[in-house]
Design a protein around this ligand. Structure first.
Ligand code: PGA
Length: 260
């Protein structure tokens, strides 16, 4: 099996102003030891307005954390009031950008076509998309979970090529598990992440798919992180609510620590 670098990302959504953001990162750093970061990537996706202050903190304190953004516009610049472009994010040392989070799809009308344009823009500037896919409860109950995710992957990745497998991350996030406290069982998460990998194999070639990182997201907490990460096709997690608690997110990042 390919050796994939685990990636633990926190999606703060529309929480924390830029001052609270600094505090949260300082507390998180306080709870973590050097070994906790080793052999994995830790990515923080705060609101846009906090990126600059966290960038400065990461640099000044030499923190081994990476910056991510929660979305972007697909054009480099122009008359798009309120939007933020990939080159602007690049200047802030942002490495990862979420694309197609289910909240963006459901509340901001992002279709696979829109998500595809964003993925292309992110890639064209050398940043790394974290492409989010996942089925709703109705779709799952109708037995369509794999079909839905397959369709999202095809639409969102149309025309996308990947030479370095670190350059694309896919987050499987069942919509019914996001912010609900309901987590997919490790078995379900594994089954769906394996289905994602198999579709990525058809789209991008199996050798690439074998090396791409696939995250699980949806009510990840300190209590379920180990079981999820133990699954062979789960290479990381995308954490919402629990990433707003420095203690909880630190426990998630430090899940490999021996616990007494
Ligand atoms: P949650 O959110 O951890 O609060 O369920 C996950 C996400 O939306 O990425």
């Amino acid at each position: 099996m390919a050796d994939r670098l685990p990636i633990i990302a926190g999606n703060w959504k529309m929480h924390r102003d830029h001052l609270e953001a600094i505090q949260l990162v300082q507390k998180l750093a306080y709870h973590l030891e050097g070994d906790d970061y080793a052999g994995q990537e830790v990515v923080l996706c705060p609101p846009f307005i906090a990126l600059r202050s966290i960038q400065t903190l990461i640099q000044s304190d030499g923190l081994p954390m990476k910056l991510g953004a929660q979305t972007c516009h697909h054009e480099d610049e122009g008359a798009f009031t309120g939007e933020i472009s990939v080159p602007m994010l690049e200047r802030l040392d942002v490495e990862y950008v979420l694309a197609g989070h289910s909240e963006r799809r459901a509340m901001f009308g992002e279709t696979d076509e829109v998500v595809n344009a964003k993925v292309q823009a992110i890639r064209s500037h050398g940043l790394r998309p974290i492409l989010c896919v996942g089925e709703s409860l109705e779709q799952r109950e109708a037995g369509r979970a794999e079909d839905v995710v397959t369709e999202q992957l095809r639409g969102s990745l149309a025309g996308v090529t990947v030479s370095d497998p670190h350059d694309l991350v896919v987050a499987y996030e069942p919509v019914w598990a996001i912010g609900t406290g309901k987590t997919a069982t490790p078995d379900d998460a594994q089954q769906m992440c394996a289905a994602v990998r198999s579709e990525l194999g058809s789209l991008l070639g199996q050798p690439t798919a074998d090396q791409l990182r696939i995250q699980y997201g949806g009510s990840v907490k300190p209590g379920n992180i180990r079981a999820l990460m133990a699954e062979p096709d789960v290479d990381g997690v995308l954490v919402g609510g629990a990433s707003l608690s420095s203690e909880d997110f630190a426990l998630i990042v430090a899940h490999r620590r021996e616990r007494g």
